[in-house]
Design a protein around this ligand. Structure first.
Ligand SMILES: CCCCC/C=C\C/C=C\CCCCCCCC(=O)SCCNC(=O)CCNC(=O)[C@H](O)C(C)(C)COP(=O)(O)OP(=O)(O)OC[C@H]1O[C@@H](n2cnc3c(N)ncnc32)[C@H](O)[C@@H]1OP(=O)(O)O
Length: 240
């Protein structure tokens, strides 16, 4: 039987955005499954709390939602509006049907959203435009195990890449990771909650330099430090 990371929630009705309603509109639904035939898009919001979220993750999420009230922070919907547009732009300019055919594309899923609730990458991202910072609240589930009881380094790298990448994406549009360096300093226990911080340090032409770290929810443990180089894609260059 599958175990969930969190004790069952007493009431989902307790999950409220700062304006008293459920999380949207600050945290808008993201389509988990996307369709490139434009006939059907199935929406599922992965960033709003679900029963697998631990008390720590819920608490941090609520704290960040509170910070969103004055507009200084935004809860990032990964696919809607800007982000969705970036994905569409990517498809328009860089997707090569030679490699992934239309019928396959209708079945794809974003890696970090492809696990059953609580077993994979439970996370929510927030962005501060003034500070150019992205913060990801992340609880890695049971299927992300590496060494027994701890998260796989690849799973940590995935979320670091996504968080630093989000900072770069907001700064530079359609980007891809060219380089990612990670120092793994302390292992992350499965199902624990960590905070991934990232900021854009420098933009040089098409190069966007981003750095970040991973800390425990109580900020007492520094789990990892990372730097990344993201390159704005050139529409005149083929990717393949
Ligand atoms: C980033 C995504 C944001 C994620 C946000 C999360 C959710 C959003 C929702 C959905 C999106 C999900 C996507 C998540 C994916 C996460 C990101 C990735 O993991 S991308 C996959 C891994 N990366 C790749 O596969 C890229 C492979 N590489 C390439 O295709 C190319 O090398 C390139 C990166 C496109 C660059 O090629 P290009 O021809 O355009 O550039 P140049 O080679 O001319 O280089 C330009 C410039 O940069 C310097 N450069 C390039 N690479 C490096 C390097 N590794 N180290 C140092 N410098 C490098 C190069 O020297 C040039 O410099 P200069 O102009 O000064 O000469």
């Amino acid at each position: 039987m599958l175990r969930s990371c969190a004790a069952p929630l007493r009431s989902l009705g307790a999950l409220r955005g700062p304006r008293g309603g459920a999380c949207p509109p600050l945290c808008e639904p993201r389509p988990a499954l996307r369709s490139f035939s434009s006939e059907k898009v199935i929406y599922k919001d992965f960033s709003i709390p679900n029963p697998s979220w631990s008390k720590d993750l819920r608490l941090l999420f609520d704290q960040f939602m509170k910070k969103c009230e004055d507009g200084s922070w935004k809860c990032l919907p990964l696919y809607k509006h800007g982000s969705l547009q970036r994905i569409q732009d990517f498809k328009t300019f860089f997707h090569d049907p030679k490699f992934t055919k239309e019928d396959v594309m209708t079945q794809t899923r974003l890696f970090t959203s492809s696990f059953e609730e609580g077993l994979g990458f439970e996370h929510a991202m927030f962005y501060n435009d003034v500070e150019k910072r992205t913060v990801c609240l992340f609880q890695g589930g049971l299927y992300l195990e590496g060494m027994p009881g701890f998260l796989h380094g690849g799973a940590i790298a995935t979320m670091i890449d996504s968080t630093l990448g989000m900072s770069a994406l907001i700064a530079g549009g359609i980007v891809m990771t060219a380089n990612l360096n990670i120092n793994f300093k302390r292992p992350i226990p499965l199902c624990s909650v960590v905070v991934i911080n990232s900021q854009v340090d420098k933009v040089e032409g098409r190069k966007i330099f981003v750095s970040g770290n991973v800390q425990s929810a109580d900020e007492k443990t520094l789990h990892s430090e990372a730097t990344g180089l993201f390159i704005q894609l050139d529409p005149d260059k083929s990717l393949t």
